[in-house]
Every structure is written in structure tokens, then in C-alpha cells.
Write a protein that binds this ligand. Structure first.
Ligand SMILES: [Zn+2]
Length: 483
């Protein structure tokens, strides 16, 4: 960043602290307003928040429930907003994905001295059942200080915050070293085909992209209190397996040794009770060390050195008792689907089970599969992989993106911290990571964990107007600081 920019940034930051959220009061900062550098226009933040809310409401009104998705309608809406700002946008891939499906791509130019950064969201949403909602899920209604609608949190709301942060940078004329790329993908919620087709068919559009920001991490807000900001640097990978045992069908009244059901059950039991090795990945190690300060002793010491804690039986038991943390530290194995006979008196010819296996970012699928077979220790049990793991995703803990998020977060709450929880679920990020882009998840909102659990894929999904204003300024700052 150019040194002459810094006084302006300070005055922008000080101005924004007056709008600080109710749960995040900041002492007014004493700064002397400096004249803006030539060519940089100030932003009217309350007006931008209102404009963002209006554009978000319009986007939420477009039903992009997947299936059928209908992302083309959403993409056309975004294209319209972009073109009003003089930003050219391309609708892509409708043919490859089928009727009504689309990705969108746009870019604003920097001076080219550094590589580009991409903002990625998905246009589709999961379906909503109107009868369970207080307001119709595609009304985009504003009520009680909230904008309501499917996608407000996951993730059309985030997508509009990305869009408006980019537009605000263009309008204000802040000098950019990096191009900013805006991508909206189809079909994240079902098959991830939008991101896959985009990366496969348009490598030239992202060849110069170094970093990427998208969902899915959560700033930790509990009972209205922000505990920490988050950056997603890594995610687990799905490696689903089906176990099958062949047998000889016969009558249940005269059991034989060729009944495949007990053999399968024994295999499933061995897997379910197996203690997979514990491993501490870089992001997880940092996460535990960071959150240690929010605990009393002895937990504080345990978390501050989790490797040592895992060698201590009391500490290990306490850490692994938390199912989220347990999943951060190992391959997890969850048998879920069972199939044998559908008649009590018939011994079936085959029995099968499906097992939800999730591996850590750095794991090799062959070694994990060999481990599972070793544990089962029965060659009659046949393994079929139902889902191959996506590309490994563990982005560096040190990067301009991480520093930019830390700076933007700590300016808002110098008393708190930013940390790197692992994502136990899965996203489109590995598709981009495999194309050579370092991807990070950022959360532009401060949404209570209870509210998030209720709304995301649930009923009455909504985002507060306060959060919309917070999010657009937070992402704007992150994009400025990453330059
Ligand atoms: Zn999502």
C-alpha cells in the first residue's frame, strides 16, 4: 500500500467505528482527518449499506432452489448490477450445465503489479418449505431489522457483500495492485458442477488468480457476544465407502455359516470402534493455541500445546469429548446405511453398509483405505469407494490474505483475535485449490451460532441490516489491505 494512503485509511476506519455494532463498541479513535489522496473519493457508508440491502433483497427474490437451480436468472440479475457500474460481466457455461443453469464472471482491473484475488460465491440455494417460514422464503422482505430469505446466510447475502465491496472499491478509486475477480457458481449445494465446469472450461480466466475468498467459516458469536473472528484455511475430505459381504441365501429357520449379515456387522463394529490415529494439522494447532486464552486452567494449558495434551489421558479425553474437535484431529468413520434382507425369515445373498469416512487435508487416500482394510481384517469384506476425496486443502497460515483479514478484524475488535478452525464439511474450494489458487474462507457477518444453525439449510434464514453494513465494509477493508 502506498504510504500516502495511510492517513485516509485511518480516517475511514475512525468514521466507521461510529457505526460499530451494538455488541462491538469501540472507543472513538482520535485521529486528525487528512486530505484524501488525489483521485480517491470518500464512501457514504450508511448509503452503501442501504443500497447493498436493496440489491440483496432483489437477489433473494430470485428462486434459485437447487434443483432445478435456475442460476441463470440470478446471474442475469448480477450482470445487470455490474453493468450499471461499467463492469463487464460474462454469463458462462449454460450449455454445459443444462437449461437455466449458469456461472457468472466479472473483473475490475488493478495496475497488474500483483496477481489477482477472486471473490467466489454460489448462486444456488437449498429448497425452502414456505409453510415453515414466518415470511415467504423468496419475498426478500425486511422485517424487525432483518432481511429475510433463503440464501441470506448461505450464501447469496455473502455474494452481494462481495459484489458491493468490489463496486465500492471501483467507485472510490482506491489504487489496486491486484485485479479483483468476481465469480458466481451454479450447483454448489448438489453436485458442485458449476465450479468444476468453470475451472475446466475457462482456465484462462483464473490463470493469474493467486488468492480466493469464499464461504465457509464462522466468526464465533455466542449469546450475542463475539468470541473470535475466523479464517478458513483447511477442510476435511469425504471418502465414503460401501462394504459388501456375499453369502448364500437360505431360510432363517435353519441358519448357516454363509449368512453375510453377521460377518458384515462384525466388520462394521470393528471400524466403528477403531481409534484412528490423532494428528495435528497446522491450522488446527493454531486454532487450539488461539482459543486457549478463552479457557481457565488446566484447559488453557492443554489447548495452548495440543500435541502435548494429546499424550495426557485426562487432557486427551476432555478434548476428544468435543465431537467437532475430535473430527479436527483424525480420520472419522461413521457407519450410516445398512442393508441386508427385507424379510425376517430370509437369509439374504448379500449384506452391505455405507460408511461416512472423512480424511484430514494431507491424507493419502490409499493409505487410509489400507488402514480401513487392516482394521476390518476380513478378505470377504469388499470395499467400494463411493466418493473420492477432493484435492487437499490446507492454505498457508502466513499470507497477505491472512494478514489483511487479521488487520481488518483487529481494527474492529482489538481485544479479540482471529483464528483458523478446520471445516469438517466440504465446499467447492478444493476445485479452485487444485487449479493452483490458494483459497481461504472468510465470514463477513457476526451471526450468533444459534441463528446460523436455525437459518442455514433450515427455516427463517435471515441477516440483520446491521450485519449487511458491517459485512460490506469489512470485506472492503480486507480487499484494500490485501493489495
Ligand atoms: Zn453455501
Amino acid at each position: 500500500m502506498m504510504p500516502k494512503m495511510i492517513p485516509l485509511l485511518r480516517s475511514l476506519i475512525a468514521g466507521f467505528s461510529l457505526l460499530a455494532l451494538a455488541w462491538a463498541p469501540l472507543p472513538a479513535q482520535r485521529t486528525t482527518p487528512a486530505p484524501a489522496p488525489v483521485g480517491v473519493r470518500p464512501i457514504d457508508w450508511p448509503a452503501l449499506a442501504e443500497e447493498t440491502t436493496r440489491i440483496m433483497a432483489g437477489y433473494l427474490k430470485i428462486d434459485t432452489s437447487n434443483l432445478p437451480g435456475n442460476e441463470l436468472a440470478g446471474a442475469l440479475y448480477l450482470k445487470d448490477v455490474l453493468e450499471r457500474e461499467g463492469i463487464e460481466a460474462q454469463i458462462l457455461d449454460t450449455a454445459a450445465l443444462g437449461t437455466g443453469r449458469a456461472n457468472i464472471y466479472a473483473r475490475i482491473k488493478g495496475n497488474g503489479s500483483k496477481k489477482a484475488i477472486a471473490l467466489v460465491h454460489h448462486i444456488d440455494v437449498v429448497p425452502a418449505t414456505p409453510s415453515f417460514w414466518t415470511v415467504p422464503p423468496f419475498s426478500g422482505e425486511i422485517r424487525d431489522g432483518f432481511l429475510w430469505g433463503r440464501g441470506a446466510l448461505d450464501m447469496k447475502g455473502h455474494g452481494i457483500v462481495q459484489l458491493m465491496a468490489m463496486i465500492a472499491l471501483k467507485r472510490s478509486g482506491v489504487p489496486l495492485n491486484r485485479d479483483i475477480v468476481f465469480i458466481g457458481n451454479a450447483d454448489e449445494e448438489l453436485g458442485s458442477t458449476g465450479a468444476v465446469v468453470f475451472v475446466r472450461d475457462h482456465p484462462e480466466l483464473i490463470r493469474d488468480v493467486e488468492y480466493l475468498l469464499t464461504e465457509k467459516t464462522l466468526n464465533d458469536v455466542r449469546d450475542g457476544k463475539l468470541v473470535h473472528f475466523s479464517i478458513g484455511v483447511a477442510e476435511k475430505r469425504t471418502f465414503w465407502q460401501r462394504l459388501t459381504v456375499q453369502g448364500v441365501p437360505s431360510h432363517g429357520s435353519m441358519p448357516t455359516k454363509q449368512n453375510p449379515v453377521p460377518r458384515l456387522v462384525a466388520a462394521v463394529h470393528r471400524l466403528a470402534t477403531f481409534e484412528t490415529p490423532l494428528e495435528v494439522t497446522p491450522g488446527v494447532e493454531r486454532y487450539f493455541r488461539d482459543i486457549a486464552r478463552t479457557y481457565d486452567e488446566p484447559q488453557r494449558s492443554w489447548l495452548s500445546d495440543v500435541r502435548r495434551a494429546l499424550d495426557d489421558s485426562t487432557a486427551r479425553a476432555w478434548i476428544l469429548d468435543n465431537s467437532t474437535w475430535n473430527a479436527y484431529l483424525r480420520v472419522t468413520i461413521a457407519p450410516t446405511v445398512l442393508a441386508g434382507s427385507n424379510k425376517t425369515n430370509v437369509i439374504p445373498p448379500e449384506a452391505s453398509a455405507e460408511v461416512d469416512v472423512r480424511i484430514l487435508p494431507h491424507h493419502n487416500r490409499d493409505s487410509v483405505l489400507a488402514m480401513l482394510k487392516r482394521v476390518v481384517n476380513d478378505t470377504a469384506v469388499h470395499f467400494t469407494t463411493l466418493i473420492e476425496p477432493k484435492a487437499p486443502l490446507e492454505s498457508p497460515l502466513e499470507s497477505p490474505v491472512v494478514r489483511a483479514i487479521e488487520r481488518a478484524a483487529l481494527e474492529r475488535r482489538p481485544d479479540l483475535f482471529v483464528t483458523t478452525p478446520l471445516l469438517n464439511g466440504a465446499t467447492d474450494r478444493p476445485t479452485y485449490q487444485a487449479a493452483g489458487i490458494l483459497t481461504y474462507a472468510v465470514d463477513p457477518f457476526l451471526v450468533d451460532v444459534a441463528e446460523d444453525r436455525m437459518g442455514v439449510h433450515g427455516n427463517n434464514e435471515r441477516i440483520s441490516l446491521e450485519n449487511i453494513g458491517f459485512g460490506v465494509k469489512y470485506l472492503y477493508d480486507i480487499l484494500r489491505y490485501v493489495q
